[in-house]
Write a protein that binds this ligand. Sequence first.
Ligand code: COS
Length: 380
Amino acid sequence: MLNLSDEQIMLRDTVREFAQKEIEPKAAEIDVTMEFPAETLRKMGELGFLGIPFPSQYGGGDLDTVSFVLMMEEIAKACGSTTLSVAAHCSLCSAPIMMFGNEVQKRKYLPPLLSGEKFGSFCLTEPHSGSDAGALTTSATRKGNEYILNGNKMYVTNGGYAGTYIVFAKTNPAAKTKGISALIVEREYPGVVIGKKENKLGLRASDTRQITFEDCRVPAANLLGEENEAFKYAMQILDSGRIGIGAMAVGLGQAAMDKAVAYSKERKAFGQAISEFQAIRWYIADMATELHAARLMVHHAAQLKDAGKPFVKEAAMAKLFASEAAMRACNKAIQTFGGYGYIMDYPVERYWRDTKLTEIGEGTSEVQRMVISREVLKEV
Ligand code: COS
């Protein structure tokens, strides 16, 4: 890690203690029961973790993005599902309001989100619009002082528990990326229909839903930023969000590595601990090296953001590398455990299932490569 301040180290250690004591012991169980960790998230809100990079005037912690990624890594070491819920809540709901909201919107919506009193969601993806985010078809038609919202959103993290949704919709269907607007939608508005919870490979306790808007009337005052400008907002939101997902991947990969290293010292084969074998040592060396590199990349992207410098390329690189490095670490961890790695009595198979999402959510690895190559081509 890059020169952390005393304050950042203290925060990381506080979160680590909380995560190991309060989150980790429940992780295996909620993976099976798919129970959303609402109480844990509320506690995290009370402790100020959900407000880390936000100004204190809205109830935030006045801390930076580096502090946020330190928190994300520690939570991820304990429970992937909880971490994804935090990522969506902070990076995809609270952050957009902070970035593009007006003063009235910030004062109304941020305090309950930062304190964990309400949960937040981001509604961009649709059944036929994922990587091609500009192809979304949900519509918002202005009528007097309201927008009438109609459409179907998919893979909405925290969808069934959120009180506040950031919803992307076409306000000019003829224009692709130049006809999209973002609205702040409250769960109580008539026409918000919460679909069934998806049954997923991993991150099973995170709440993933389809959300449908049926003639949902949203006050025009809830328009986020300018009309028809929100495709760019979505891109900027995801640029930042990807740093958090990178940190989540590092945490999951580190947890897998830590378990594999401990196991390799205990497990005996052919008369010695398997940590004595070169094959296992090379796994350990590769896991340690790649996760170290991934962490540095995540921290670097976070530092660029904190310094107000461009970070689009570095955020995409950090997410791409961290998610793929973490997947490799999980593979090696399962291999180290052998048959025990393949059964649910040990957590490494869960880390593998949870990590897979980091190669897909907030932009697939293929989208990250598109973003990175575009940025590189611009530079030359
Ligand atoms: N920041 C600011 N503006 C950006 C931007 C960014 N990071 N990326 C693109 N834009 C702007 C472009 O500059 C362009 O503006 P102009 O038309 O004024 O020049 C506009 O947005 C359209 O951009 P572009 O032409 O690149 O759009 P594409 O349709 O080609 O889409 C990708 C580009 C694939 C990068 C985009 O659709 C994407 O990120 N998809 C993945 C979405 C995703 O991550 N979904 C997961 C959601 S997690 S719940």
